[in-house]
Design a protein around this ligand. Structure first.
Ligand code: NDP
Length: 311
C-alpha cells in the first residue's frame, strides 16, 4: 500500500499542485486527481476545494482533509464530512496577496478615488484636499491569519488602525477590541470598516442594518471575507441612503452576483469577482507536505480547523 493524496478542485489545476508537492513528498505519497484514483483504500489524505456531495464516501482510510484555501465555511457545514482532522491553508504569499488587496481598498476610500473617477467622467477638475492617514480610522473585523496581516499593513501606512476579534492579541500599532459589546463603539468611530470575519453560525449576517446604522455617516465598507457575513439588503439600503459613502466588495451572498443586483450600479461601489487572494501551489506546498508527514509520523498538525468554532 502506498499512501495516496486525492486532489479535487474546480478552479485549481491538478498538475500545478502535483508538481509543487512532489519535491516535498517524494515517493512517500502518491498524488492522484479525483477522477483517476487507482485504489480508494490507499487514500489517506484529501486536498480539496468544494468537492461534490458524497466525495469522501469511497475513502474508508482517510486520515486528513486539507482545505485548498483559507475559508472553511463550505467544508465544515457539510453533513458528509468524515470524522478526521481538517487543516486549512495559510501560506505567506496568500496573506501578502490579501493584505495588498485590502490596502488597495482602504487607499481607494481614504484617497477618495471614487470621487475623482466620477469627476473624470464629467471632465471635471474636482480638487479635494487629501487627509493625512493618521486622521483616518480603519477598523478591521477579524484578526486571523489574513486579517492580522492586513491590519498590520494598514497600520504601517500610518492609519489609525483598530481590530476586532473574540480574544485579545498584540499587533504592532493596532488597537485590538474584543467581544460583541465592543463592536458598536468601534463601528461608531471608524471611517473605513474592513470585514475579514470567517463565515460561521455566529457571524452569519453579523453585519446587519443595526451595524450599518452604527457606522459613521460617510463611512466606507470593504468586504473580502464572505458575502453571508453581511445582510446584503441592509448594505444596499445604507449605500442608497447615502449613510455609507461607498464600498469595495469582493464577496457576495450569491456568486456570481446577478446582473440585475443593485450593487452593480451604486456610485462609489467597486465590485470584484472574489479574487482578493488565492492559494498558490509553490508557496502552500511546504505546509501541506508538513501536515501529511505529521500524520504519517503521528505528530501534531498545524493550521488545524476547529469544527466547533467553524474556523
Ligand atoms: P481566521 O480563521 O484565521 O481568523 C478569523 C478571525 O475572525 C479571528 O481573529 C477570530 O477571532 C475572528 N472571529 C471569528 N468569529 C468572530 C466573532 N464572532 N466575533 C469577533 N471575531 C471573530 O481567518 P483569516 O484571517 O485567515 O481569513 C478570514 C476570511 O477571509 C476567511 O475565513 C475566508 O472566508 C476569507 N477569504 C477570502 C478570500 C477572498 O479571495 N476574498 C481568500 C481567502 C480567505 P479570534 O482571533 O479571537 O479567534
Amino acid at each position: 500500500m502506498t499512501d495516496t493524496l486525492v486532489f479535487y478542485s474546480g478552479p485549481d489545476p491538478f498538475d500545478a499542485w502535483r508538481d509543487a508537492l512532489t519535491p516535498y513528498l517524494g515517493d512517500s505519497v502518491r498524488i492522484e486527481n479525483a477522477d483517476a484514483v487507482t485504489r480508494a483504500d490507499d487514500v489517506r489524505f484529501a486536498l480539496v476545494w468544494k468537492p461534490p456531495s458524497g466525495f469522501f464516501d469511497p475513502f474508508a482510510n482517510l486520515d486528513l482533509v486539507i482545505n485548498l484555501g483559507a475559508g472553511v465555511d463550505q467544508l465544515v457545514a457539510r453533513d458528509d464530512l468524515p470524522d478526521v482532522p481538517i487543516t486549512r491553508l495559510s501560506d505567506p504569499k496568500m496573506g501578502q496577496m490579501m493584505a495588498s488587496f485590502v490596502l488597495f481598498s482602504v487607499l481607494r476610500h481614504a484617497r477618495e478615488i471614487p470621487h475623482f473617477e466620477a469627476a473624470q467622467a464629467r471632465k471635471e477638475w474636482a480638487y479635494r484636499h487629501p487627509r493625512a492617514a493618521s486622521e483616518i480610522t480603519v477598523a478591521v473585523l477579524g484578526l486571523g491569519q489574513l486579517g492580522a496581516l492586513a491590519a498590520t499593513e494598514i497600520a504601517r501606512q500610518g492609519f489609525n488602525t483598530h481590530g476586532w476579534a473574540t480574544k485579545p492579541q498584540t499587533l504592532k500599532d493596532v488597537t485590538v477590541h474584543c467581544g460583541d459589546e465592543a463592536l458598536g463603539p468601534l463601528l461608531n468611530q471608524a471611517d473605513i470598516v474592513v470585514c475579514m470575519l470567517p463565515l460561521t453560525p455566529t457571524t452569519h449576517e453579523r453585519l446587519d442594518a443595526n451595524s450599518f446604522a452604527e457606522m459613521k455617516p460617510g463611512a466606507a465598507f470593504i468586504n473580502v471575507s464572505r458575502g453571508e457575513v453581511v445582510d446584503e439588503s441592509a448594505l444596499v439600503e445604507a449605500l442608497l441612503s447615502g449613510h455609507l459613502s461607498g464600498a469595495t466588495l469582493d464577496v457576495f451572498q450569491h456568486e456570481p452576483l446577478a446582473p440585475d443586483h443593485p450593487l452593480w450600479t451604486i456610485p462609489g461601489v467597486l465590485i470584484t469577482p472574489h479574487l482578493a487572494s488565492v492559494a498558490l501551489p509553490k508557496s502552500a506546498a511546504p505546509q501541506i507536505a508538513a501536515n501529511i508527514k505529521a500524520i504519517q509520523n503521528g505528530e501534531a498538525l498545524s493550521n488545524e480547523v476547529s469544527r466547533v468554532r467553524g474556523y
